[in-house]
Design a protein. Structure first.
Length: 255
């Protein structure tokens, strides 16, 4: 597990060549053994589908970059316009499409909402005012949100986004896809509430829940998120101070 150090935006160099039979993850991937977890449940394959909600620049802190690099098709959602543009650049040549929108609660579908913008590196930007205020009291955030600057961004539910968005070739995102990653700085429950799990049935969900983080303010929604996943038949296979991983499929080979 890697804590976010909130460095400046990294623009990916020329396309990385994956090691044979390994997913070449970002060097700042938050989960240090994520390649091994992917291999355990999916093996190495160069066709698959994934979604990244809160994609940042598409590389820094990414838990999904290695999937795109292996040839998987992905939809990435990032509400900060400058980061969404860089995300597209970092995925040039890959089978991914970046959408510059926020995802959140179904009751705010189609609204223009305030995004509290991390003016230093962008990685702490949030649509949750209470989260921005909490970040401003934490030493490790280095005053990234101290001025509480906001911009208006469009918001949709994840259901709506997947139903209406298209890849560049015009194709629609499939049901029963492989991996869903959610990292939206406190709005994770809103995203989950706007997502019909039984309809889309992702095989693996990686979500920022701060389960073992001491600060209770960043995990007030964690028990409810976990209850939703359990109700829909998912099992937790990994957790640390930032992320939790849930699956609806067994590993390819038992340890």
């Amino acid at each position: 597990m890697k804590l976010k150090e909130h460095s400046q935006v990294f623009v990916r160099p020329d396309r990385l060549i994956p090691e044979k039979n390994n997913y070449e993850m970002s060097n700042s991937c938050q989960i240090e053994n994520l390649n091994e977890i992917y291999l355990k449940y999916f093996g190495y394959k160069n066709e698959g589908f994934y979604v990244e909600v809160g994609a940042h620049d598409g590389y820094t802190w990414s838990n999904s970059f290695g999937l795109g690099g292996a040839g998987w098709s992905g939809m990435l959602f990032e509400p900060t316009p400058t980061l969404a543009k860089i995300c597209s650049q970092n995925h040039a040549g890959l089978k991914t499409t970046t959408f510059p929108i926020a995802l959140g609660a179904p009751e705010t579908e189609g609204e223009m909402i305030d995004l509290y913008v991390d003016m230093v590196a962008g990685s702490l930007s949030t649509i949750k005012k209470e989260v921005a205020e909490a970040y401003n009291t934490m030493d490790w955030t280095n005053d990234h949100l101290k001025d509480m600057n906001t911009i208006k961004v469009p918001l949709h539910s994840l259901d709506y986004a997947l139903q209406t968005s298209r890849f560049e070739d015009g194709s629609q995102f499939p049901k029963n896809f492989d991996v869903l990653c959610i990292d939206v700085e406190g709005a994770e429950l809103d995203v989950v509430r706007g997502f019909n799990i039984d309809l889309w049935k992702p095989k693996m969900i990686i979500i920022e829940t701060h389960e073992s983080l001491p600060d209770e303010r960043l995990k007030v929604d964690t028990p409810r998120i976990f209850d939703i996943f359990k109700f829909h038949g998912y099992n937790k296979v990994y957790s640390d101070e930032i992320n939790s991983i849930w699956v609806s499929i067994p590993p390819l080979n038992e340890d």
